[in-house]
Ligand binder design. Structure first.
Ligand code: ATP
Ligand code: MG
Length: 392
């Protein structure tokens, strides 16, 4: 089978000391998994790079797109491998540029050379000069422009081989998924929670999700929207398991027994309690939310204290100090924004009080709470969970 070559570079993994082999192994596994849809893909670490060979029929952009979605990857390039012989490098660079001319109407170029292997006798500026000369001979339409070239061709001479490439597509960086435990994201259909899940996963945390609905007050379409959002996340993390729970029986109890202005806080406290039980059941060590300080009444400092009080598991709030505009930018970048803004109701907006408390006192909230059979309500909710496996 004819294959194309890609070089994939790691980011922070390179800074790991003694643990580097462990991180490298997991990163390579993740990369292979992301490319498993192509038959006979080969990937291995060579000279500090991941060298990947994929069926030549696979579209280059698609392969690169999959590579840069793997957390821990700094960048990826479609490349050509050359033996460490300057005339071979020059010949292959000429061939490569002929293809580039066919694809894009370029007129000028320059060659940038890097020599990681210092035992290679020719120094970088000389490599660039010689390869540039050979490209000019092979491609008569081209001329050299070192200041503003249409195309910069890089020649990277390493220990095992030399690599010739043009573009470097940036990845998200971070650490390979699965190197930092597992967390449970409380996933609404909004803008924030998908971004929060993404940020934790980018630091290596595996993710499961829990979603609460209030069917029939919320529609099945609202849940589909959440599944679509998780589907986008699955493009980065692989299949995600989502636990789906109907919160309506609990909301009805709250509305019946607690003051109206406290409703949202009680709902949020139940979400946290149920999430903690689900997390324990499935081996998640932390909860994750998309809360952002001061964004809405239930996310004031006082409200967060009241919400946090019902769980003992650490609650990660990666967006806590971000401005909404920056969260929106991030949502756009990762591809969740357009889905998030579709107007479907969330269970939080069912029974929304007219004037929610913004500076709740824990003692007062606990007093109203004592009117509810918390344990049974949580137990029933956990037992009623439905599980959906969401694939990329
Ligand atoms: P988002 O954009 O994530 O919906 P938001 O600004 O709408 O955030 P809230 O609705 O107050 O904020 O929710 C705060 C957080 O609580 C969410 O980021 C999410 O982690 C969690 N959450 C809210 N609604 C749900 C739900 N229906 N199911 C699971 N978690 C939820
Ligand atoms: Mg929301």
């Amino acid at each position: 089978m004819e294959k194309n070559l890609y070089i994939v570079r790691c980011g922070e993994v390179a800074l790991k000391g003694m643990n580097r082999p462990y991180f490298e192994r997991i990163l390579l596994e993740r990369l292979k998994k992301a490319l498993e849809c192509y038959e006979e893909t080969e990937a291995q670490w060579i000279d500090g790079l991941m060298i990947v060979r994929v069926d030549a029929k696979a579209p280059e952009d698609e392969v690169i797109g999959k590579c840069v979605r793997v957390f821990g990857v700094a960048s990826a390039s479609a490349a050509v491998e050359a033996p460490k012989d300057i005339s071979e490098i020059g010949r292959l660079a000429g061939e490569y540029m002929q293809k580039v001319i066919e694809e894009d109407n370029i007129k000028t170029f320059k060659v940038k050379a890097k020599r990681a292997d210092k035992s290679f006798a020719i120094e970088s500026p000389e490599i660039a000069k010689q390869v540039g000369g050979m490209v000019l001979k092979a491609c008569k339409v081209l001329s050299v422009d070192v200041h503003r070239p249409d195309c910069t061709l890089t020649v990277d001479v390493r220990r095992e081989a030399a690599y010739i490439f043009r573009d470097k597509v940036k990845g998200f960086g971070g650490l390979p998924l699965g190197t930092n435990g597992k967390g449970l994201i409380l996933m609404s259909g909004g803008i924030d929670s998908p971004v929060a899940a993404f940020m934790m996963a980018k630091r290596g945390m595996s993710i499961e999700a829990v979603h609460f609905h209030s069917y029939p007050y919320t529609s099945p379409r609202a849940q589909k929207k959440v599944e679509e959002l998780v589907g986008v996340l699955a493009g980065y993390m692989g299949t995600v398991r989502m636990h789906v729970i109907n919160l309506l029986p609990i909301q009805e109890e709250i509305v019946k027994n607690c003051p109206e202005d406290e409703t949202t806080l009680h709902v949020r406290r139940f979400m946290m309690r149920i999430a903690e039980e689900i997390a324990k059941k499935y081996g998640c060590m932390m909860l994750i939310t998309g809360e952002d300080l001061g964004q809405v009444a239930s996310q004031t400092a006082e409200a967060l204290v009241v919400t946090d009080n019902v769980v003992s598991m650490p609650v990660m709030r990666p967006l806590i100090a971000m401005d909404k505009v920056d969260i929106i930018d991030k949502a756009r970048e990762i591809g969740t924004y357009d889905i998030s803004i579709q107007p479907y109701e969330d269970c939080c907006t069912v029974f929304l009080p007219k004037h929610p408390v913004t500076k709740p006192k824990l003692a007062r909230i606990e007093k109203s709470d004592s009117k509810l059979d918390v344990e049974t309500l949580v137990k029933n909710a956990v037992e009623s969970e439905e599980i959906v496996e969401i694939r990329p």
